[in-house]
Design a protein around this ligand. Structure first.
Ligand code: KIV
Length: 271
């Protein structure tokens, strides 16, 4: 009998932090990638609203919709057995009021089968996080460079370099922890600040461009696979060069079709 893998839970992530085991997170937007990443023991598949940039070609995440996130999260959930699946709530689906946040996050949980949601923001979102957690919805926070606020932050730049912002981020992390968040993404902040925040909270921190001291790391899967080779940032390490493989395979296919070399007899039916 094949063993069914034990799903990763918020409780298990806490234990991992306590044991000093690193948490591995990748973004994921469809069932096929979910199957591949699940089989590679990725702990959390984050259905990031970055899907709006990576797959839909938009400039920012701001125009991602709830329907878009429902569709992608449902797909990812179908491909995942062990990994925890988290849906990134799109801009304006949780900021307007606690009631709307509960309705929209609840809808995501009920209609996709995902295991939790992610929201951007610190202290100003704490009451909303508490309301969601009290209603049984696990929440992952997101601090630092919060892409839904890119215009207010003046671009995609490192946050928390000055003392005031660093202190605010440290307080934001405590506020999210107190509100019941089960983990916090720290995006684009200096490594020493991420280290300080990681030590100051009992819940896991998941870094992206936040140095090595975080309890886990997340990357956009298309970036780390070298599929999205137009995006190059200091914090991205490419573990493959798939964009070149795709271009090369497409060139070869085109050449073989044009030269009448594909399909061959082995790809054809005689009757
Ligand atoms: O949308 C996303 O992919 C994210 C991660 C990069 C943290 O929020």
């Amino acid at each position: 009998m094949t063993e069914v893998p034990k799903p990763v839970t918020a409780h298990e992530l806490l234990k991992m932090k306590e044991r000093g085991e690193r948490i591995v997170v990748l973004t994921c937007y469809d069932a096929l990638f979910a199957r591949l990443l699940d089989a590679s023991d990725i702990d959390i598949l984050l259905v990031g609203d970055s899907v709006n940039q990576v797959l839909a070609g938009a400039e920012t995440t701001l125009s991602a919709t709830l329907d878009q996130m429902l569709y992608h999260t449902r797909s990812v959930r179908r491909g995942a057995e062990r990994a925890m699946v988290i849906c990134d709530m799109p801009f304006l689906s949780y900021q307007v009021s606690k009631e709307e946040a509960i309705r929209n996050c609840g809808r995501v949980m009920a209609e996709t089968g995902c295991h939790g949601v992610k929201l951007e923001g610190g202290r100003p979102m704490a009451e909303t996080v508490r309301a969601l957690v009290d209603r049984g919805i696990p929440v992952m926070g997101h601090l630092g460079l919060t892409p839904q606020s890119v215009h207010a932050l003046g671009g995609y730049r490192v946050q928390g370099r000055d003392r005031d912002t660093a202190e605010r981020l440290a307080h934001d992390a405590k506020a999210l922890e107190e509100a019941g968040a089960f983990a916090i993404v720290l995006e684009l902040i200096p490594a020493p600040l991420a280290s300080q925040i990681t030590r100051s909270v009992a819940i896991p921190t998941i870094g992206i461009g936040a140095g090595p001291a975080c309890d886990g790391q997340v990357l956009v899967v298309h970036d780390m696979l070298g599929l999205n080779d137009r995006f190059a940032a200091k914090f991205v390490k490419r573990y493959a060069t798939l964009a070149e493989d795709v271009r090369e395979a497409a060139r070869l296919f085109a050449a073989e079709v044009r030269e009448g070399r594909y399909p061959g007899p082995e790809h054809s039916f005689e009757k």
